[in-house]
Design a protein around this ligand. Structure first.
Ligand code: SF4
Length: 428
């Protein structure tokens, strides 16, 4: 038993609903103590019943996301973590993260979490401008964020991440620059910097065409400013939206980008185990009832083929500054990568990609247009499918020369290849 796995626990409760949020979460006015109590019991039962399957794994990361996990209180989070520790092999040096909102947890609550083994906090700061926070429906101020970080340090947390969003309505270049500097001044170990996406079904959706939203050029400038300024503050970019001081990259999130296994619990939680993706019902009471009666809670499942996994390798690793390597791709999938090389050379000419130490990766400018670039790459991968080379398929492979990865041939460009690109929401 040496296979490592990450555990994700979805806690779908929040004080209120933020105007940009499309995660599965219930604000207080649509849930309440009874629902939270039932949820806690169901997640614990689910984890306990899964203990036989967990037996084959070493758990090296645990992530409580939401929603706002801190909203259900430290005691409940600790009881769920306790069930996990009893049912699975949680390594002593596991990274155990919990998302909290500024002002949403007391000093005592933080101390209890730390004592119980939580060792990483992810704090939803989002912006340093209180007026902007209010207009997004956030229920805290920037001063609350400063206070929560101070309390977390006092409680013994030495691994803190903060989330921040750019591209907000009426956000100017100056206000963004001010936010970045104040966020860096919080001295967290890790910063996630997301672009505001206006999703259908959210409160902000009616304003999707508003002239008050920063245009593409302004958003690009904001992103590039953040990449540059955070580097000056000692935060190294390691993924499109993630920056960390050395040694504080999120071990859990890296699993998503490297295609490692993770197992989810709770409504709307996603899992990826042995190349199978599945997710649970996005209805907390349905989840509770189904777990209670031992019925099916899986809403979607999909066994990934080798070819699909190869596509995910390209799509997910190109989100990271680690990037992709032709040898690695061939060693894992026995597939040639000439179609990617052709595109990468083109992207390099445009300043979107670089090649160093045998790996291709996007530049910050490339990250800005990475959805389009990755779409092109996946399209090319699909077109080359008939040229897949596997050693046991000698009629396709021929001799070793034909397996050469540098074999160039024309690649037709296209967008997205009919696939959905994986974004943050699909992980959380
Ligand atoms: S953004 Fe976070 S705090 Fe706001 S509603 Fe969504 S999950 Fe809750």
């Amino acid at each position: 038993m040496d296979k490592k796995v990450g555990i994700y626990v979805h806690v779908p409760f929040c004080k209120s609903k933020c105007s940009y949020c499309n995660f599965y979460s219930l604000p207080d006015n649509t849930s309440g103590e009874e629902v939270i109590y039932a949820y806690q019991g169901a997640v614990i039962k689910h984890i306990e019943e899964y203990s036989a399957q967990l037996d084959g794994y070493l758990i090296d990361t645990v992530y409580f996301g939401g929603g706002t996990p801190s909203h259900i209180g430290a005691a409940r989070l600790i009881s769920i973590l306790g069930a996990l520790k009893k049912s699975g092999h949680v390594l002593l040096d596991s990274e155990i993260t919990v998302e909290v909102n500024p002002g949403g947890i007391t000093k005592e609550g933080l101390a209890k979490l730390r004592k119980a083994g939580f060792n990483r906090l992810s704090i939803g700061v989002q912006c340093a401008d209180d007026q902007a926070l209010k207009s997004l429906g956030r229920t805290h101020t920037f001063a609350d964020a400063e206070e929560t970080i101070k309390d977390a340090r006092a409680a013994g947390f030495n691994n803190i991440s903060v989330d921040v969003i750019y591209g907000l309505p009426s956000q100017t270049k100056d206000s963004w620059e001010h936010t970045v500097q104040l966020i860096a001044g919080l001295k967290a170990e890790h910063i996630s910097c997301y672009n505001l996406k206006i999703e259908e079904g959210t409160g902000l959706y009616t304003y999707k065409d508003s002239p008050f939203l920063p245009d593409d050029e302004a958003q690009s400038d904001m992103y590039l400013y953040a990449v540059d300024m955070l580097a000056r503050f000692g935060y190294k970019q390691y993924e499109i939206s993630n920056f960390a001081r050395r040694g504080f990259e999120s071990k859990h999130n890296i699993k998503y980008w490297l295609g490692d296994d993770y197992i989810g619990f709770g409504p709307a939680a996603h899992s990826y185990v042995d190349r199978c993706r599945y997710s649970f019902t996005e209805d907390v009471m349905q989840y509770v009832e189904q777990v209670k009666h031992g019925r099916r809670i899986v809403e979607h499942d999909e066994q990934m083929s080798d070819f699909e996994n190869a596509g995910e390798y390209l799509m997910l690793r190109l989100r990271t500054t680690h990037g992709i390597s032709e040898e690695e791709y061939y060693n894992i999938y026995r597939l040639k990568m000439d179609f990617v090389l052709e595109l990468m050379h083109k992207y390099e000419e445009n300043g979107w990609a670089t090649f160093k130490d045998g790996r291709w990766r996007f530049t910050p400018k490339g990250f800005m247009v990475s959805n389009t670039l990755i779409g092109e790459i996946l399209e090319a991968q699909t077109r080359q499918r008939t040229q897949i080379s596997k050693p046991w398929q000698t009629d396709q492979v021929g001799d070793d020369t034909q397996l050469t990865l540098f074999d160039k041939r024309p690649v037709a460009a296209g967008l997205f290849g009919g696939r959905r690109l994986v974004g943050r929401n699909e992980f959380l």
